[in-house]
Design a protein around this ligand. Structure first.
Ligand code: NDP
Length: 434
């Protein structure tokens, strides 16, 4: 905290992980050696750079961009790029730190990284987005490589942006090596990658419920966000028989007591992905209740899936959800629950899955995209989906291994943090002090 006083999100993420690790490390002195924790909270490398580009009016514009290469202990740095006006060093360092543990949980050989820019893609033309992505790639390319650092998408970065950055990388490096994941399948992207984070979150919910003899059938579910993760979480929840009653964006929430149908979801995806409109537009078109400025957490549900952004669910929201009888909260977003909210869920006996466990399906399929690119093959949709399910099952098993309590319940937060740490820490110990 003394070293990074102005990085609240980063400190929050570190506090949460260290809270889980501290008792474990004291019981296992092997992990108290060689300044393991001190090394783990310091990124291996932080790159900050200027991105200058020209808008449609011919005006020069300047943005700030970063790449955090947090840990390469178990493989090349891996983690998405985020384009959002709120992006700063604190947010990207928290994301890169979390990513390191998450990637360790996937069973695949990937280190942790994250990057992004304060560029706001909202309201920009395709040509402006392309020029910005190309300008960013002219600096970023020198820090990437298939065995060095492999970025992907995140908030504000989808297939379109990944394509523009990957195109410029190829031109500058004279190499078609795979240094981005989340590509279009036409040039090396994996099937199921767009769906993977949302699907994986719901697969994880299914694992948690199954252990308690339950399923998603007939359960009321609230989802926040309406972007990539939210859309496919809704799709999979519907497929498994749940009733999804909310979606949102940064301006407000739509409440649909009758529940989403595949047709309504297709309409929402059209508004968000094609016309790049707002959830308010979708609500109006379908005559649904729109609550400006509100989040979905006051709506009574059995299962809540926060899929928008960090710190979007605070202690008051957690208390409301608990009072309304929520059974399960699984994070599609990264750190959407504040530390106090997460503790309240665990204390109340809610099945609470932290993002680094429940949303790891996205990066897991990115890892599978790297594997397919390396062997120059592409796997069928079913094959990738099957592997994704297997990975989510294995992450759930890891949480049980390190998070099972004497009373038979599972602390998924401790389980995920400790399981991720053990793999990274063992690799660091084996490689010496570097
Ligand atoms: P998108 O850009 O596709 O969607 C983001 C959604 O969250 C939008 O509905 C957006 O609303 C909303 N949102 C963004 N910022 C805020 C904010 N400050 N306050 C309220 N709402 C906000 O991003 P993704 O769906 O890809 O990412 C969502 C979350 O999932 C993030 O936390 C991300 O880190 C995490 N994640 C994503 C993965 C992936 O594979 N894409 C993998 C693992 C985690 P609006 O349109 O109004 O901005």
């Amino acid at each position: 905290a003394a070293r990074d006083p102005h990085q609240p999100e980063f400190l929050q993420a570190v506090r949460e992980v260290v809270g889980s690790l501290w008792p474990f490390i004291q019981a296992n002195p092997r992990y108290a050696r060689h300044a393991l924790l001190e090394r783990l909270v310091e990124p291996e490398r932080v790159i900050q750079f200027r991105v200058s580009w020209v808008d449609d009016k011919g005006q020069a514009r300047v943005n700030r961009a970063f790449r955090i290469q947090h840990s390469s202990a178990i493989g090349p740095f891996k983690g998405g790029m985020r384009f959002h006006p709120s992006v700063n060093l604190s947010i990207l360092k928290f994301l890169a730190f979390e990513q390191t543990f998450k990637n360790a949980l996937t069973t695949l050989p990937m280190g942790g990284g994250k990057g992004g820019s304060d560029f706001d893609p909202k309201g920009k033309s395709d040509a402006e987005v392309m020029r910005f992505c190309q300008a960013l790639a002219t600096e970023l390319f020198r820090h990437l490589g298939p065995d060095t650092d492999v970025p992907a998408g995140d908030i504000g970065v989808g297939g379109r942006e990944v394509g523009f950055m990957a195109g410029m990388y190829k031109k500058l490096s004279n190499s078609a090596a795979s240094v981005f994941t989340g590509k279009d399948p036409a040039f090396g992207g994996s099937l199921i990658r767009p769906e993977a984070t949302g699907y994986g979150t719901v697969y994880f919910v299914r694992e948690m419920l199954a252990r308690n003899g339950q399923s998603l059938e007939g359960k009321r579910v609230s989802v926040s966000g309406s972007g990539n993760v939210a859309q496919y979480a809704i799709e999979k929840a519907l497929e498994l028989g749940a009733i999804v009653v909310t979606a949102s964006d940064s301006a407000g929430t739509v409440v649909d007591e009758a529940g989403f149908t595949p047709e309504k979801l297709a309409a929402l995806m059209h508004v968000k992905n094609e016309t790049r409109g707002r959830i308010e537009d979708y609500a109006r078109e379908h005559g649904l209740r729109y609550e400006a400025g509100k989040r979905p957490w006051h709506v009574p549900v059995d299962i809540a899936l926060p899929c928008a952004t960090q710190n979007e669910l605070d202690l008051d929201d957690a208390r409301t959800l608990i009072a309304n009888g929520v059974q399960c909260v699984a994070e599609g977003a990264n750190m959407p629950s504040t530390l106090e909210a997460a503790e309240a869920f665990i204390h109340a006996g809610v099945l609470y899955a932290p993002g680094k466990a429940s949303n790891a399906g996205g990066v897991a399929v990115s890892g599978l995209e790297m594997s397919q690119n390396a062997i120059r093959l592409s796997w069928a949709r079913d094959e990738v989906d099957q592997r994704l399910r297997g990975i989510m099952h294995s992450i759930h098993e890891s949480c049980l291994r390190y998070g099972s309590q004497p009373d038979g319940t599972v602390n998924y937060l401790n389980g995920a943090n400790i399981a991720g740490f053990v793999k990274v820490a063992d690799s660091m110990l084996a490689q010496g002090i570097v």
